[in-house]
Ligand binder design. Structure first.
Ligand SMILES: Nc1ncnc2c1ncn2[C@@H]1O[C@H](COP(=O)(O)OP(=O)(O)OP(=O)(O)O)[C@@H](O)[C@H]1O
Length: 268
């Protein structure tokens, strides 16, 4: 049976952009919860605030330009007041992430292998040899060809989709309580989309990871998510269990999104 403990509780999360003419709201106060072993889907048109939400949760917004307020509790621990250094220890190990622009998550001047091994060693007691072995195993599981060679490559030598799969492989090794996946399949072909979704599902079922899944693909959301929130202009306009949301959408914007979905996407 799934333990439905709350892993991440987000309350009144709000983001304002500071401009010369004053403050512009990018995210109105939003609230949601992630539960152990469950997938929470976030949908909405481009520019609705999904990526800003992820980056606010991860403390990855530019603090000089963005003001973030509200409460983010990870297993009961308040994250919003943590220093950047403290958050660095939490990112990766306790909250894994797969970015929409994965190039930003890697340092360009170090190889994939050295960054993978360094990440594992920062968060665990592994020796270098153990970390290398784990990294190669995880890359193999992610369907990445010639993992040993891939470890010697630099981020710019990999496609966005490959880098996303490297990020999932890191999460497979560190088994964080929460994984934030921002459009994890957008850059992938159909075969690798399926592989990535299967691996995310494995994180959830095998390790009880709670997943925040952002996708514009309602087929992916309907297959993966337990609960779904619909965002429009920086607000959550509707939130419901996946079946209810797809079968009985309440908000006009949700109905419009469902109506607009391409017939080719995986239907329910
Ligand atoms: N660094 C930034 N500086 C200024 N405005 C920003 C910045 N990042 C995002 N925004 C603005 O915040 C709003 C929400 O953007 P966000 O990237 O979160 O949308 P999204 O829902 O993730 O869209 P997409 O599906 O295209 O990624 C947009 O109006 C965007 O222009």
């Amino acid at each position: 049976m799934v333990d439905t403990a709350k892993v991440l509780e987000v309350r009144n999360l709000q983001v304002n952009l500071r401009t010369a003419d004053g403050s512009v709201p990018l995210l109105e106060p939003i609230h949601f919860e992630l539960e152990k072993g469950r997938v929470f889907g976030l949908v909405g048109e481009s520019g609705s605030g999904k990526t800003v939400t992820c980056n606010a949760l991860l403390h990855m917004l530019d603090q000089r330009r963005m003001e973030v307020t509200g409460s983010i509790r990870l297993n009961g621990r308040e994250l919003s007041s943590l220093s950047n250094e403290e958050m660095r220890r939490i990112r990766g190990k306790e909250i894994g992430f797969i970015m929409q622009n994965p190039m930003n998550a890697f340092t360009p001047v170090f190889t994939i292998g050295s960054q993978f091994i360094e990440t594992l060693r920062t968060h665990t007691q592994m020796t270098k040899a153990q970390a290398k072995e784990q990294a190669i195993t995880a890359l193999t599981e992610m369907n990445l060809p010639e993992p040993a060679k891939l470890m010697k490559r630099y981020p710019f030598q990999l496609s966005g989709g490959m880098l996303q799969r490297v990020m999932i492989a890191i999460s497979m090794c560190l088994r964080p309580a929460v994984v934030i996946a921002d459009e994890p399949t957008t850059a992938l072909d159909v075969v690798n989309q399926l592989k990535v979704l299967q691996e995310l599902d494995r994180l959830r079922t095998e390790y009880g990871t709670a997943i925040l899944l952002i996708s514009h693909d309602l087929g992916v959301i309907s297959q993966m998510a337990d609960e779904v929130a619909v965002m429009q202009k920086g607000r959550i306009v509707e939130q419901a269990g996946v079946h209810q949301l797809f079968d009985q959408p309440q908000h006009e914007y949700t109905r419009m999104l469902l109506h607009a979905r391409p017939r080719m996407s995986l239907g329910r």
